[in-house]
Design a protein around this ligand. Sequence first.
Ligand code: ATP
Length: 269
Amino acid sequence: NFISAVVPPGEIGIKFDDIGALEDVKTALHELAILPMKRPELFSRGNLLRPCKGILLFGPPGTGKTLLAKALATEAGANFISITGSTLTSKWFGDAEKLTKALFSFASKLAPVIVFVDEVDSLLGARGGGFEHEATRRMRNEFMAAWDGLRSKDSQRILILGATNRPFDLDDAVIRRLPRRIYVDLPDADNRLKILKIFLAQENVAPGFDIRALANATEGYSGSDLKNLCIAAAYRPVQELLDEEKKGKKHDTTPAAALRALNLDDFIQ
Ligand code: ATP
C-alpha cells in the first residue's frame, strides 16, 4: 500500500502538550487548521476567511514536523493519512493516476482528515526538465489536479500538510498550493530545556542533575538529537549493571533495581 498510515481521531496518542516548545507553530496550526475543522461555521461567510487547503512545515531534520502533524490530527479530531513522497514515486511507476484518485477519494470519505505528505519535495519537487522521470511528472500533475478538484465543501475538511527539509526544491506550482508555510526551527536553549523536561519527566534522574546546563550545552541539537542523547544516557546504567554482572557481581535484577539514576552529566562537554 502506498499509504503508510491511516489513523482514526484519538488513536494517535500524541497531543500538542507532548511536544516541547514550538509554541508559535502550535498557535499558527490552531488558527489555520484546528479552528476551521472544528468550527467550520466561523469560516463560511465572506471571502477573506477561507480555510486553507494546504500548509507546508519546513525546517531542519528532527525538529518535530511529523510529531506536529500527528498532534494536529488529535487536536483537530481528524483522521490522519500519511504518505511519504519518496516511496510514492519509486514504487508505483505507471499507476500515478489510479493511485492519486484513490487517495483523494479515500480522503473525502474520511473527512475531516489531515493528509500528511512527508518528504513532499520528492513527490512534488521542482520540474526536472528532460531528466525527470516520466512517472514522477505524471504523479505530480495528477496530485495537483486532484487537489485542485476538491469540492469546496470537502476542502474545508481535507487538509494537505506537507513537510520538507528542502523547501527550495519545491516546484512553484506546489508552493502556490501550500499558501501557509511554517518554519519549524531548531530549539534555542530555553526551548531545549522544555523539550528535555518532557523526555525526562518520567525518568529517575540523578539527584542534583542540572537540566539547564545540559540545555545550554546542546547548541545545535534538534528535538530528535536530544531524545537520542537521553536514550543513550538511560541505557548507560543498564550497561554498567550488565558489565558488573559479567564480573560476577550479584544484583537484585528486578527492573526497579536496573533503573538506577539516569546520569546525563557525562554527556555535557
Ligand atoms: P524529519 O524532517 O527528519 O522527518 P521531523 O522534523 O519530522 O524530522 P520528527 O520525526 O517529528 O521530526 O521528530 C523525531 C523525534 O524527535 C520525535 O519522534 C520526537 O521523539 C522527537 N522530537 C523532535 N522535536 C520534539 C519536540 N519539540 N518535542 C518533543 N519531542 C520532539
